[in-house]
Ligand binder design. Structure first.
Ligand code: ADP
Ligand code: MG
Length: 250
């Protein structure tokens, strides 16, 4: 299995934010995680991307146990996640956001980012080329030099995608990629997500817009109070009694 969690658990004090979750993601597919607010979706993302250490259980990426690796190591192995657009630097350009984001994600320490050895200079050049390439891919070539403060919310979402793509991932976790944008923009971002999948990327997204999920996802996991209550194709999820009771509300 491409990415797999085994009895993955995260406890905050007495609260199980994620509890005993077994989930497996096939390569090249679009996967989705749904569930009510507070169900543990973002915590699950933080666990698989190395931002949180599990209380118990495991995360396996291509068979390798990555449960206890730090986020920068996980990113280097090819696992990326997006953050909310509030994490962007508003007073920096779109281009610089991608460059800085890339550095923050992949550099192990301050030493690396301060002392510019020859090797690092070459890496810098590659990093700039990569930034332009991913900005073109997400459709922001016209906005490379714009301040993030001056672009639309939908364009900010694309910057967040570019940041994740800059680390050359094999799998990308997208946390509510279309929150706060209108239906037309949502359709455009859905197309971009499909384009990412067509380019061989494996996708896992958290989303509240059911229509979008039903059209886009090939596999859905439903979380409720930290636990997996269902997993299956959109059709299977649609007719699952427990899901209807817990989430869809009939
Ligand atoms: P979702 O993304 O599905 O809305 P979260 O993963 O953000 O849910 O949260 C799951 C539960 O864990 C919630 O009850 C939330 O309050 C709690 N939680 C999340 N992060 C923390 C944290 N860092 N410290 C304490 N509790 C947290
Ligand atoms: Mg969340």
């Amino acid at each position: 299995m491409f990415l797999e969690t085994k009895r993955l658990t995260k406890q905050f004090g007495g609260l199980f934010a994620v509890k005993d979750v077994d989930f497996s993601i096939e390569e090249g597919k679009i996967n989705a995680i749904i569930g009510p607010n507070g169900a543990g979706k973002s915590t699950f993302f933080n666990l698989v991307s190395g931002l949180y250490r599990p209380t118990s259980g495991q995360v396996l990426f291509k068979g390798k146990d990555i449960s206890n690796l730090k986020a920068n190591k996980v990113a280097k192995l090819g696992v990326a996640r997006t953050f909310q657009t509030t994490h962007l630097f508003e007073q920096a350009t779109v281009f610089d956001n991608v460059i800085v984001g890339h550095r923050l994600r992949t550099k192990a320490n301050l030493f690396d980012s301060i002392f510019h050895t020859k090797r690092l200079k070459r890496e810098e050049e590659q990093c700039k080329e990569k930034a332009l390439e991913v900005l073109q891919f997400v459709g922001l070539e016209h906005a490379v030099d714009h301040l993030v403060a001056n672009i639309s919310q939908e364009e900010k979402k694309r910057v967040a995608f570019a940041l994740a793509l800059a680390t050359d991932p094999e799998i990308v976790f997208l946390d509510e990629p279309t929150a706060g944008i209108n239906p037309d923009e949502t359709a455009e971002l859905s197309e971009l997500i499909e384009k990412m999948a067509e380019n061989g990327l494996t996708i896992c997204l958290i989303e509240h817009k059911m229509q979008m999920i039903m059209n886009l996802a090939e596999q859905i996991m439903v979380l409720n109070y930290g636990e997996k209550i269902a997993q299956g194709t959109p059709e299977e999820i649609n007719r699952n009694e427990e899901v209807i009771k817990a989430y869809l509300g009939g």
